[in-house]
Design a protein around this ligand. Structure first.
Ligand code: GDP
Ligand code: MG
Length: 294
């Protein structure tokens, strides 16, 4: 039997559970998850290695109507991704009001003419009788090769979904080596996890106005300790004040939460130095975005 492989784009509105699903499939955190929308800014590559096959997942930023340069760059990258993959996995939240998927996305899916699977996520949160009308709507409005109800969080229906995704693989190369789960660097993952903690611990515009970069990573093998120096970029002095908090309490909480998570992820202790820096209008400024890696 020939080796099978393929690229799969995970798309859907912000907050439907794309990153949660990817982490669940890979049994490892490669994408940050937050209760607030629009947290995934970069394309994340996750690689699933099966017996005789390989699936390469791309976690796109949410596709939605936009304003700022940051939003525009997110949507453009999501759209471009669809052209490059073999299968599109559309995720739907059954609690969303009608229509559950915007026309913008449904039209795009029909236009690209790829294998399309719909996953109705978060079924742990709804009554079963909500499912049938939604499945009917998807069958009528879309052109899906399969519609699979799942709970990414509770790992329900994942095997069925994986079986459907596997049908779309083609004889092809092993694109990535077997020990590679993601294409993200350790520095990037660390920055993302710090960003995730900012989402959890701060409110209103603060998460959306923050970007994180890691400036220094030093591993001390004798002490089994990773020294990390990272910077949180915000847009105004006011945001900086909130992020630092009274007597540095907020920045300390963010640092502690991030460190604990990092120590769980890696097998070493982590020493984390966090700084906050004001970078005026970074989210509206394309060159600032590029410098911050978006
Ligand atoms: P993304 O923006 O599409 O990547 O969504 P995330 O993966 O970041 O998830 C958004 C929120 O939905 C988080 O709070 C997740 O814990 C939650 N979530 C994701 N999948 C499920 C699910 O199957 N069930 C429940 N109850 N919550 C979920
Ligand atoms: Mg995400």
């Amino acid at each position: 039997m020939a080796f099978l492989s393929g690229f799969i784009a995970i798309i859907g509105l912000p907050n439907v559970g794309k990153s949660t699903l990817l982490n669940q499939i890979l049994h490892r955190k490669v994408a940050i998850v937050t209760p607030k929308p629009q947290t995934t800014r970069n394309r994340v590559l996750g690689i699933y290695h099966g017996q005789g096959f390989q699936m390469v997942f791309i976690d796109t930023p949410g596709i939605h109507k936009t304003g700022t340069a940051l939003h525009r760059s997110m949507v453009e990258s999501a759209m471009a991704t669809l052209q490059e993959v073999d299968t599109i996995l559309l995720m739907v939240d059954p609690r969303h009001r009608h229509p559950p998927v915007p026309a913008l996305i449904m039209n795009k899916l029909k236009a690209v003419k790829k294998r399309c699977i719909a996953a109705i996520n978060k079924i742990d949160l709804i009554k079963k009788d909500r499912l049938l009308p939604l499945i009917g709507w998807l069958q009528q409005e879309g052109n899906f090769d399969a519609i699979v109800p799942i709970s990414a969080l509770k790992a329900d229906g994942i095997n069925l979904l994986m079986a459907e995704l596997k049908k779309g693989l083609q004889p092809g190369p092993r694109f990535f080596p077997e020990d590679m789960v993601t294409d993200q660097s350790r520095a990037f993952l660390i920055a993302e996890i710090i960003r995730e903690k900012i989402y959890y611990l701060t409110r209103e515009e603060i998460p959306y106005s923050s970007a994180v970069t890691t400036d220094r990573l030093d591993y001390d093998s004798e002490k089994n300790l990773l020294y990390v120096s990272a910077r949180i970029h915000v847009e105004t002095e006011f945001q900086k004040k909130i992020l630092v908090g009274k007597r540095g309490r907020m920045i300390k909480s963010i640092g502690t939460a991030a460190r604990l998570e990092l120590e769980k992820l890696f097998d070493f202790r982590v020493y984390l130095d966090l700084f906050v820096r004001v970078e005026k209008n970074w989210s509206k400024n394309t060159s600032a975005l590029r410098r911050l890696g978006y």
